[in-house]
Design a binder for this molecule. Structure first.
Ligand SMILES: C[S@@+](CC[C@H](N)C(=O)[O-])C[C@H]1O[C@@H](n2cnc3c(N)ncnc32)[C@H](O)[C@@H]1O
Length: 288
């Protein structure tokens, strides 16, 4: 997740974004960022300079950054799968590891489409969508897709509206509750990066997450798997025959996430990416 107090998803943002070489007068900025513990000080300096409207603005951003505000909240965007995703203060910053959830969802949708009897666009639900990053990228890669995205946090919902624009419909509410009942039994893919940090482990998280992201975005209950269980319990009512549920989890929690799905009749498999240090559990509904 976060590489250091001043590291984080910024690593992917800065390294993948072509930005000009630092000007000599940026060296003071780089020095201060480095002294403050930023691993990618040069990249951060360039991004802050590019985002600042004035010298005073830059100073203020630097102070806030050194006080632990995530770079993405200062910039107002995060890079995710090569795309800029709007992210407001307090909203969960899409993590690089979650790119594996997108890759897995795209692969599963392509497989399903190859074997599907229908030519109508697949119906995808992004649960706990946050900024809408996952749904937006899946929709981009698999167009045409009918996308519905849900989150409980009004601040996240505002970001999701901006990021999805007309690529999907955004709902505020608890998991499947706000979705139109007409979607029941018709959903091809449910994709979820829901909170999965065990409650007692939140205090051990870096301040960038613990202080600057909503606790509702992190807290997965006593063992971190509460919301996965709720998704697994409800998903069979919404999925089409042969539909899939993809849930990001951790290597340590994967067994519990998979159990929650198996108990609801899904056949499951766990996929991991060493490169992204990411784990996804895939549940297949019967009939496909
Ligand atoms: C770990 S963040 C992930 C956000 C986004 N999927 C991503 O990968 O960037 C979890 C999100 O779940 C939302 N959330 C938590 N509980 C929820 C619930 N019961 N129903 C809907 N959304 C929920 C939070 O508001 C937060 O935006």
């Amino acid at each position: 997740m976060y590489l250091s107090r001043c590291g984080s998803t910024t690593a992917q943002t800065s390294l993948a974004t072509p930005v000009p070489a630092p000007e000599p007068d940026q060296s003071r900025l780089v020095d201060r960022l480095r002294a403050g513990g930023c691993v990618f000080a040069e990249d951060e300096a360039r991004l802050l300079v590019a985002a600042a409207h004035s010298a005073a603005d830059l100073d203020a951003m630097l102070d806030r950054r050194l006080a632990g505000v995530p770079l993405e909240h200062l910039l107002g965007w995060a890079e995710f799968c090569g795309r800029r995703i709007a992210v407001d203060p307090g909203v969960f910053v899409p993590r690089r590891r979650t790119e594996f959830l997108v890759e897995s969802a795209v692969r599963v949708l392509h497989e399903r489409h190859r074997h599907a009897a229908t030519t109508s666009p697949p119906l995808v639900v992004d649960l706990c969508c946050g900024t809408g990053a996952v749904g937006a990228l899946v929709a981009d890669a698999c167009e045409p897709v009918v996308l519905h995205a849900v989150d409980l946090d009004p601040a996240a919902i505002r970001c999701a509206h901006r990021n999805l624009a007309d690529a999907g419909t955004v709902y505020e509410g608890d998991l499947f509750d706000p979705l139109p009942k007409a979607l029941r039994g018709r959903v091809d893919l449910v994709v979820a990066n829901a909170p999965y940090v065990p409650t007692t482990e939140i205090v051990m998280m870096p301040a960038e997450a613990r202080v600057h992201e909503a606790s509702i975005a992190l807290d997965g209950g006593p063992d971190g798997v509460d919301i996965h269980r709720r998704i697994a319990d409800a998903a069979p009512q919404w999925l089409a025959a042969g539909g899939r549920v993809l849930i990001e989890t951790s290597r340590r929690q994967a067994g519990k996430t998979a159990d929650a799905l198996s108990r609801n009749g899904f056949s499951t498999r766990v996929e991991t990416s060493e490169r992204l240090e990411a784990t996804v559990v895939i549940g297949a509904n019967s009939g496909g």
